[in-house]
Design a protein around this ligand. Sequence first.
Ligand SMILES: *Cc1c(COP(=O)(O)O)cnc(C)c1O
Length: 369
Amino acid sequence: MEYFQPSIMMTANNHHNLFRGRVALYAILRNLNITKGDYVAIQAFTCIAVPEAILQLGAKPVYIDIEEDGYNMCPVDLKQKLIPRCKAVVVQHTFGIPAKIKDIKSICHRSNLYLIEDCCHSFHSTVNTQLVGTFGTASFHSYEWGKPLALGIGGSYNFNKESNFDSFKYKKPPFHIILKIEIQYLIFKYFYSPKLYWVLKNLFNLFSKVGLVTGNFNNIKPSTNSPEFSWLMSPQVEKRLVHYKKSLKEISKHSVYLLNQYMKLLENTNVTLPILNSGNNNVLCRLPLRVKDKKNLLNSAKKYNVELANWYKTPVHPITDDNYNLIHYIQYSCPNAEQRCKEVISLPLHSSVTYKDVLKISNFLRSYS
Ligand SMILES: *Cc1c(COP(=O)(O)O)cnc(C)c1O
């Protein structure tokens, strides 16, 4: 398999590092003059970071369902839900599985829409031999816990065609925020292993509730007018990005190796493996599986200390149905996404996972049926 250079490896002047992924998406949209009254199409089966960036501009998200047996935007549903004030489409390569980007690109072309790629889950996935992130107008990445390159909190974006002069005046984040990110990063770096997943996850949730760490989700509501949207990447995170981007290829290779082991070990079991197109490179950040009894399985995983993640719990994770109106999601409007939330769990593929972990997790899943 060939590992092409992702956009963040290039030192083009249209690459920008910002406070986090959602801030990068916000910057892309702002640079494309998306404004109040506009709509941006995104997939359901996503996290709050994506609509938050759109709402911050006064624009609104339009939710497109995912494919019936997949995790990415359904091009047919996109065509049906397009409305005149829709200006852009954000395509998410969920878990790193490449979306049907060519079909979506041609819809965007015909309807005169900007195409933005959410590459937060993969650097090296390709469609045939073309790297994700190079199909659209712009792409963005995130570097928080759970992403292929976990550096604390951070994001970046890259424009492909238009030369982009971001004249917005960004600020360095306040000192206490930088400090929080550093503490969080050190804990993650030195304590994290699949065995300690649940312990750390519970601690992380507890600390983020009381404001001691910067969580993936500030609270259960989208924040508008948050100062975060005018912050640069923390200087410490930026230093690590320069240092660790050299290891991207190794990170991706390890993920592919682990994926192949899981696929072999989980063949002919009760779990449903994702459909991966063999003409593409599939460099995943986690391996999603569909299971029958998600709730009990997660409880049991917790008991036996097996790392199973629950992405996504709801179509716009972690927003629950009582708050759908805040993010403009209409219940039952994306049935595939809602169904997927009830049955998906995901397995770790990051650099600290060993073959022994893969065996343990696979054996756990095999015995659970
Ligand atoms: C992590 C993530 C983002 C951005 O998250 P930030 O916390 O803002 O860095 C955006 N989209 C997806 C699909 C993500 O997983």
